[in-house]
Ligand binder design. Structure first.
Ligand SMILES: C[S@@+](CC[C@H](N)C(=O)[O-])C[C@H]1O[C@@H](n2cnc3c(N)ncnc32)[C@H](O)[C@@H]1O
Length: 250
């Protein structure tokens, strides 16, 4: 940490920048330079990568909705590919996607590790006059029942690869034949963007890894792209993301 601070001070001096210092652990805060050479410590807009000492419950205890109440744009663009029926939303958070899907007639179950997030999800559902089911669980321990789901969605669910690989294998098993898997999240390139996402390559996505983890699905859409993600204060600008739409054909 001392080295990091010394390095920061040297960069600041080199660039004659006035910056505020604060103590942050090695995962907390990202040093970047803008095009004018100014040094920026990004952390206030970066919920996953910013203050890792803050739990999801603490983040969701702040006023408002961290990722807004509108659904994820990619989900909205592909929702007509998801058959009506039971949808499982992994890492649902504060409910924006579950409530959207419920409003379209799906039976939605959202699972998340944050009790506070799920409570807000239930409140949002009530406010919008729809019913959703929530399950408070760690995705490392949550069991996806095989062959149960018509759709499984996962938006910005960044967990360590050891957990993610098992989760994706279970998701493939969990889909019914004809079931659809939808994923959007930050790519590994996002690490240098400063617009959201964890500061851990292991927790970020690559298409190559996803193709392996999702073997058994026909990936009808699997791309990495740069897009302007403006989904609440947590995701705020041009970002490198991956998108998957997969169908379980057998
Ligand atoms: C960036 S938020 C995305 C929330 C939601 N999918 C959305 O797009 O609005 C990541 C979510 O993952 C959840 N999460 C992270 N690790 C988890 C774990 N091991 N088990 C369960 N939930 C987890 C957090 O609680 C948080 O709600």
């Amino acid at each position: 940490m001392v080295d990091m601070l010394d390095h920061t001070k040297k960069l600041a001096a080199d660039h004659n920048s006035a910056i505020m210092f604060e103590i942050f652990d090695e995962h907390d805060g990202v040093l970047r330079q803008d095009t004018a050479g100014n040094i920026i410590i990004t952390n206030e807009n970066n919920l996953e990568g910013g203050r890792n000492s803050m739990s999801w419950d603490e983040r969701y205890s702040e006023p408002g909705f961290a990722y807004g109440t509108a659904p994820n744009e990619f989900l909205r663009s592909v929702v007509n590919r998801i058959p009506q029926g039971n949808i499982l939303s992994l890492a649902e958070g504060e409910g924006r996607n579950a409530v959207y899907l419920a409003s379209l007639g799906y039976q939605v179950t959202g699972v998340d590790g944050s009790q506070v997030g799920l409570r807000k999800a239930m409140e949002l559902a009530k406010e919008r006059g729809v019913a959703i089911t929530t399950i408070h669980a760690d995705l490392n321990e949550f069991e996806i029942e095989p062959g149960k789901w018509d759709g499984i969605i996962t938006c910005y669910c960044h967990v360590p690869s050891a957990i993610r690989i098992q989760l994706h294998h279970a998701a493939v098993r969990g889909l019914k034949p004809g079931g659809v898997f939808v994923l959007e999240g930050f790519s590994k390139e996002q690490i240098s963007y400063g617009t959201g996402g964890p500061q851990s390559l292991d927790m970020l996505y690559s298409l190559e890894e996803l193709r392996g983890e999702l073997a058994g699905l026909e990936l009808v859409h699997a791309i990495k792209l740069e897009r302007d993600v403006r989904e609440g204060r947590g995701h705020t600008g041009i970002a490198s993301v991956v998108q998957i739409l997969g169908i379980k054909t057998t």
